[in-house]
Design a protein around this ligand. Structure first.
Ligand code: PLP
Length: 369
């Protein structure tokens, strides 16, 4: 008999979502905005201790608004992680700006500060912003990266889409920059089925982002526009799901970290395996357990897992290797290319039991032989 499919990262409801959705229905706040949106934003303010939060339709929309509000426009240079997901990068193109891609280091798998510095000093035009991804829920080398951004006067947007709840020196990821961005897409550690959140210590920037997120309506009884915006706000119904999800964030992080520990324990004798590292200053959320194989082809392992009804996935393909960016400038050191070539994401859904994890490991070990 075929086992039930093990997905990479399926949604995991807390059980209270429908209660809050029912509340939203009873209040008839079905249309965008309403009390649940405010509660959801409040839960993010409580977590991050950042006083300004804006619930949006996606993290991609949040990054777009951050760039727009920072005044990034045609021809501006925006630095970004090469080893990331396209949602982090596409907003640069929406603004007709030019992305410049920075490779990863081996200690964090995120942006390499030395490469970042090199990219800045060799850029003919001063970069306006850096979009820094905390990949797979693990924090980048924030201390060094922030000090470089400060030295050169470059705005920092933290793409914490995958790292909600991860901390660096005890402080939440997404709270170090001018903007932080979280995602509530279907496969993230928490989900509203789709959604995002933008936070910033700068109240005036969030106010401006809110203005752009609701079609840039001027203050008038009729529809008056001196600028254009977007329809990027989150609906009150989805925010109700978010309120319930935020109540279990701490549990979900504990569960993801437990799943990671089970994998590490079960695979510790396989010397060719290296797991994604964690900087000593940090506690990541281990959104996905990811690893690299020194010798074996991860594609064979992925297919062996698939034949046992287990979903796994290659690591993100670096942006500098994407056909879309074949002419883009990038600063490379070979790290993200090796990670893409050698890496695999394992199923990490928080409803997995230790037995499920061991089933993945048994299949994986068989494939290595
Ligand atoms: C998921 C993700 C995004 C985009 O989030 P959406 O809410 O789906 O728009 C951006 N960056 C990274 C690193 C992501 O993983």
């Amino acid at each position: 008999m075929q086992h039930a499919r093990l997905f990479l990262s399926p949604p995991h409801m807390s059980g209270r979502e429908q209660l809050y959705i029912a509340e939203a229905f009873e209040s008839n706040y079905i249309a965008p905005l309403g009390p649940m949106v405010e509660q959801f934003e409040q839960s993010i303010r409580d977590l991050t201790l950042i006083p300004n939060a804006l619930a949006l339709s996606s993290a991609t929309a949040a990054i777009h608004l951050a760039l727009r509000v920072l005044g990034v426009g045609a021809g501006d240079v925006v630095l970004a992680s090469s080893f990331t997901f396209i949602g982090s990068i596409a907003p640069i193109l929406y603004q007709n700006a030019t992305p410049v891609f920075i490779d990863s280091d081996t200690q964090s798998w995120n942006i390499d500060p030395a490469i970042l510095e090199k990219a800045i000093v060799s850029s003919p035009k001063k970069p306006k912003a850096l979009i820094l991804t905390h990949l797979y829920g693990q924090c980048a080398d924030l201390n060094n990266i922030i000090s470089i951004c400060n030295t050169h006067g470059i705005a920092l947007i933290e793409d914490a889409a995958e790292s909600l709840g991860a901390t660096y020196n005890g402080k939440q990821s997404g709270t170090f920059g001018d903007f932080g961005v979280y995602s509530f897409n279907g496969n993230k550690i928490l989900t509203t089925s789709g959604g995002g959140m933008l936070v910033s210590p700068h109240k005036e920037l969030i106010d401006k982002a809110r203005f752009y997120s609701t079609q840039a309506r001027d203050d008038a009884p009729y529809y008056e526009h001196t600028d254009y915006g977007y329809n990027y706000r989150m609906s009150n119904i989805l925010a109700a799901i978010g309120v319930a999800q935020m109540e279990v964030l701490a549990e979900r992080i504990t569960e993801r970290r437990q799943i990671f520990s089970w994998y590490r324990e079960a695979l510790k004798d396989i010397s060719e395996i290296t797991f994604m590292p964690e900087l000593s200053e940090t506690c990541g959320n281990r959104w996905l357990t990811t690893l690299i194989f020194e010798h074996s082809d991860p594609n064979n392992i992925r297919l062996a897992l698939e034949s046992e009804n287990i979903e796994s996935r290659p690591l993100w393909k670096p942006m500098h290797l994407q056909p879309l960016f074949k002419n883009a400038i990038s600063f490379q050191n070979g790290t993200s290319e090796k990670l893409f070539e050698k890496g695999l994401c394992l199923p990490s859904g928080t409803q997995m039991s230790q037995e499920d994890v061991l089933r993945v490991c048994t299949t994986l070990k068989k494939a290595l032989k």
